[in-house]
Design a protein around this ligand. Structure first.
Ligand SMILES: C[S@@+](CC[C@H](N)C(=O)[O-])C[C@H]1O[C@@H](n2cnc3c(N)ncnc32)[C@H](O)[C@@H]1O
Length: 213
């Protein structure tokens, strides 16, 4: 299975973290691609150009590629030394992509998604800027989750800890965390908000929880 990787930054991240998964790099202009890479990410210039051919490219950066969707790394559901982010029935591909991006930056061990949204949907990959290739991103059933479950919820405890091996559950845009995962919570962590603000979005809540000390 493959997915289209759109844009310079997404292709750059895929080449950095999983060069073997990238093929079919298309650039509007080889000279333009070299100039862009030299300016923004010289570490991948040669890798990019060695795989590139000139073609019509719709993305405004003039670069796209084909990415192989890796085999799911399901070991992260059992063993880990950094929190696993679990998105409970998310609806927006862009939100999921933004969570993958911050999860990769903050050394989360992976991102797992319950429900029907495909975590490798092209819109999710667009939102992650290609950082799907930096950590395991997979679909999961609630029953497969092991380890301390920390539910993120505004009505929780602001002082709750986040263990290194936690399953960090972030709720859906409309309805928050569902009854199934709520019932499994060992801890419910709240991120304090100014009165009148009803919630943070998925990626902001994930970022605040992962970067919290
Ligand atoms: C957009 S919010 C969901 C709001 C939803 N209307 C609800 O009923 O919870 C998405 C998720 O982000 C997390 N979240 C947002 N703000 C939070 C906060 N202040 N403290 C803890 N978690 C928060 C929760 O996991 C929440 O389910």
């Amino acid at each position: 299975m493959t997915v289209r990787i759109e844009g310079f930054h997404a292709v750059k991240h895929a080449l950095r973290f999983a060069p073997g998964a990238v093929s079919g790099v298309r650039v509007r202009s080889l000279d333009g691609a070299r100039a862009l890479a030299d300016r923004l990410a010289p570490d991948i210039t040669e890798l990019l150009l060695s795989a590139a051919s000139e073609a019509a490219v719709a993305h405004h950066t003039g670069i796209e590629a084909v990415g192989r969707i890796p085999a799911e790394q399901r070991g992260v559901l059992r063993t880990r030394t950094r929190p696993l982010v679990v998105l409970d029935r998310p609806r927006s591909p862009g939100n999921v992509g933004a969570v993958v991006r911050v999860a990769a930056a903050a050394y989360a061990s992976g991102v797992a998604v319950t429900g029907t949204l495909d975590p490798w949907h092209p819109g999710v990959l667009r939102g992650s800027a290609g950082l799907h290739y930096a950590l395991p991103v997979l679909r999961v059933e609630e029953a497969e989750l092991t380890g301390p479950v920390v539910v993120l919820d505004a009505d929780g405890d602001p002082a709750a800890p986040l263990p290194d091996d936690a399953v960090l559950v972030v709720g859906s845009e409309r309805t928050g965390v569902g009854a199934g995962l709520r019932a499994r919570a060992d801890l419910v962590l709240a991120l304090p908000m100014r009165p009148g603000v009803s919630s943070l979005n998925l990626a902001t809540a994930t970022a605040a929880a992962l970067y919290r000390r």
